[in-house]
Ligand binder design. Structure first.
Ligand code: NAD
Length: 259
């Protein structure tokens, strides 16, 4: 098993893409620290799903809005498992509205969770990774790290920022055994996307199915990407065979950003 004895922390991994990545890393042999909003009891199903594949899964309720809770999460992971070898920055939220109506508190929360939390996790894990001369940092960006859409100001700004942070980390760590890459999915059927369908339907005067098709119009494949596909790429980037890949931003978007 390629990731045997590796320890992974995956933020926002109680649902959707993060859970798919956590499961894939566990199947590849890693010990995994899950994270998400709510308590361990609230997230019992997700934790059990990952534990089926690796006995040593743990959970941190750290809120990615809170830098002190973020450093505590990394300290706890190091105390329990000895080290953090793989960091996946995945936690993210969305809010859709035009800039002139965008609530400032939503802007602040999206920048904090989708961008700044990755700075804080990286700051906490990089010293140990450098010391051991091995580490994998994977930032879950988005097609919106490469393209803009109207009404997603904070999300697009945060994801472009995270893509930039990925490149800076790659350059700073280039001579070490630590890599930093981004994965940029197009639309993946997860609760984050499902929650946008009613808003689109209302705004465009469409049925639920029409709203789904309207969303997918950006994606030339006409299909949602899957969490398993994102998990497979993350597992490759987390392994030894990706050692020379750093500073890259991988699209999984059915051709969206080829346009
Ligand atoms: P999701 O809503 O299914 O899951 C989000 C996860 O983040 C959950 O585990 C939730 O508990 C956690 N989370 C939210 N706020 C948090 C906070 N303050 N502190 C800690 N955890 C928090 O979302 P998803 O669709 O799986 O998205 C995951 C990531 O993938 C996000 O960064 C998102 O921007 C990105 N992404 C998603 C899509 C898509 O189509 N679904 C496309 C491109 C990029």
């Amino acid at each position: 098993m390629e990731l045997k004895n590796k320890v992974a922390v995956v933020t926002g991994s109680t649902s959707g893409i993060g859970l798919g990545i956590a499961k894939a890393l566990a199947v590849a042999g890693a010990k995994v620290v899950l994270n998400g909003l709510g308590s361990a009891e609230d997230n019992a199903e997700a934790i059990a799903h990952v534990r089926e594949s690796c006995a040593e899964a743990d959970f941190s309720p750290a809120n990615m809005l809170e830098p002190a809770q973020i450093s505590q999460m990394i300290e706890d992971a190091e105390a329990k498992f000895g080290q953090v070898d793989i960091l996946v920055n995945n936690a993210g939220i969305q809010h859709v509205s035009p800039i002139d109506q965008f609530p400032a508190e939503k802007w602040d929360a999206i920048i904090a969770i989708n961008l700044s939390s990755s700075f804080h996790t990286m700051q906490a894990v990089i010293p140990g990774m450098k010391k051991r001369d091995w580490g994998r940092i994977i930032n879950v960006c988005s097609a919106h790290s490469l393209r803009a859409s109207p009404n997603k100001a904070a999300y697009v700004a945060a994801k472009h920022g995270l893509a930039g942070l990925t490149k800076v980390a790659a350059l700073e760590l280039a001579t070490t055994g630590v890599t930093c890459n981004a994965i940029s999915p197009g639309f993946v059927a997860t609760p984050l996307v499902e929650s946008q369908i009613p808003d689109v339907a209302a705004a465009q005067g469409l049925t639920h199915e029409e709203a789904k098709a309207w969303i997918l119009a950006k994606q030339p494949s006409g299909r949602f990407a899957t969490i398993e596909q994102v998990g497979a790429l993350a597992t490759f980037l987390a392994g030894d065979k990706s050692a020379s890949i750093t500073g890259s931003n991988y699209s999984i978007d059915g051709g969206w950003t080829a346009q």
